[in-house]
Design a protein around this ligand. Structure first.
Ligand code: PEP
Ligand code: CO
Length: 450
């Protein structure tokens, strides 16, 4: 990238951001400090490379055709303090364990994507939060402000944009080491999964676990020992929400002269910021990365088609993923007409199910939670709808952690309302814990095999 290209690109992105409405942006109190942070970020090295984004676009295209299955998982909101080696390792481990089970169930490669190394910003339903008569700005993610309910902590601080870059950089560095350095060897991953089924509560998955074990023994007996068993492709994703972060991380690829958001391989636009004429859709239409768009039951197919014309006028396979998040009660009635109309319009999108965001409610004990059974049921509905229409259920997008938190109800550990307070650590939405994540993988593997 030459200095001129870069300056031109930034000027163009800035002009478009300034002329369009950008929802869910913080009110930074100090404009000069924002400019400094943006300049600092523009000068930093990219976190991912353009060629890796192109590779992921090809992988997403395979998933759209049913030749791969996407597993996207990670925190609702990452935090700076939680970006520790143990937490990162355990999240990677959980995703790899799920992927091994899903690969067997799907009999196709699983595209592994972490909601990590950048998931530091959150859209909020209200701009402020009131506790005991005190009103403060809402927590918008560590990239913007701090979770603590104090005026100084909640004041948006643009230095946090730079801290988010460093936390993402350290996270992705470790992710690359874990996934390329032998830790991700399928044989270790399989041994970890044996621990899961050894637990009496999980014995219902014995048959599938036994079948996978036989497949592994067969491969070992054949002397299978290839690179694909030792290392894995692992991609990073987050919601492209704060444009003062995504814009300076956008660079021109010297090979092709095209712009890429180098903060992650895959970025998505959330349910609350996908206005056709808003700044977020304009931003993602200008970058080459594979793009996700969250789609709730309220989405108008007509709007989605216009959105496709804007983000993907050339109908590039793998370019757009619709991440549907409708709720277990609604998916079977709301999804079919959306899929039908998009398909009839000739668009080749990848369909992924987010079974989390349409199933959130407040527990009797006052925690934001989700029922494990609703999560499973939404995925089941997703498979049913796509199979009935002859379209492809391309993957799942879940909020999870590798830790033994108590945030979602149910699962074979039978987490109850009264258990939520024991280890509720999310600063935003409730995540599946390690056991619940693996259990979901076993159940989805069964659905894939049906
Ligand atoms: C999220 O993925 O955490 C999120 C806020 O989702 P949505 O935009 O679908 O509400
Ligand atoms: Co969330």
């Amino acid at each position: 990238m030459t200095v001129n290209d870069s300056a031109l690109l930034q000027a163009e992105l800035e002009a478009s951001a300034a002329s369009l409405v950008a929802g869910q942006q913080p009110s930074w109190p100090d404009a000069a400090a924002v400019r400094t942070a943006v300049e600092t970020l523009s000068a930093y090295p990219p976190l991912v490379f353009a060629g890796e984004c192109d590779l992921l676009r090809d992988r997403m295209a395979s998933a759209a055709r049913g030749e791969a299955f996407v597993l996207q998982g990670g925190d609702c909101a990452e935090t700076f303090v939680a970006a520790t080696a143990d937490n990162i390792r355990d999240r990677i481990k959980t995703i790899l364990q799920m992927a091994a089970v899903l690969t067997y169930g799907a009999s196709v490669p699983v595209v592994k994507i972490g909601r990590m190394g950048g998931q530091y910003a959150k859209p909020r339903s209200t701009g402020t939060e009131t506790r005991d008569g005190v009103e403060l700005p809402a927590y918008r993610g560590d990239m913007v402000n701090d979770f603590a309910f104090e005026a100084s902590a909640r004041t948006p601080d643009p230095n946090r944009l730079v801290r988010a870059y460093h936390a993402s950089s350290a996270t992705l560095n470790l992710v690359r080491a874990f996934t390329m350095g032998g830790f991700a060897d399928l044989r270790h991953v399989h041994d970890w999964n044996k621990g899961f089924v050894a637990n009496a509560a999980n014995q219902k998955y014995d048959k599938l676990a036994h079948d996978i074990d036989m497949a592994m023994k067969f491969m070992a007996a054949c002397g299978a020992d290839f690179d694909a068993m030792r290392t894995v492709e692992f991609f990073a994703a987050h919601e492209a929400l704060i444009l003062d972060y995504e814009r300076p991380m956008t660079r021109i690829d010297s090979r092709t002269g095209l712009a890429y958001d180098t903060s992650a391989h895959f970025v998505w636009v959330g349910e609350r910021t996908r206005d056709l004429d808003g700044a977020h859709i304009d931003f993602v239409s200008r970058i080459q990365n594979p793009i996700g768009v969250k789609v709730s039951a309220n989405a108008e197919p007509d709007q989605l088609l216009k959105l496709l014309d804007k983000i993907d006028p050339d109908r590039v396979p793998g370019r757009v993923t619709f991440i549907t998040r409708m709720g277990a009660q609604t998916i079977r009635t709301a999804l079919p007409s959306i899929v039908e109309q998009v398909t009839e319009a000739g668009a080749q999108v990848t369909w992924i199910c987010d079974p989390m965001h349409g199933n959130t409610f407040s527990s009797t004990t006052g925690y934001k939670t989700r029922n494990f059974d609703d999560v499973v049921d939404e995925v089941r509905g997703f498979f049913e709808v796509h199979r009935a229409l002859g379209t492809v259920p391309g993957g799942i997008h879940v909020e999870l952690t590798g830790n033994d938190v108590t945030e979602c109800l149910g699962g074979s550990e039978k987490i109850l309302d009264a258990d939520l307070e024991k280890r509720y650590e999310s600063v935003c939405d409730p995540r599946l814990n390690h056991q619940q994540s693996l259990e979901l993988a076993f159940l989805v593997a069964e659905m894939l095999g049906e």
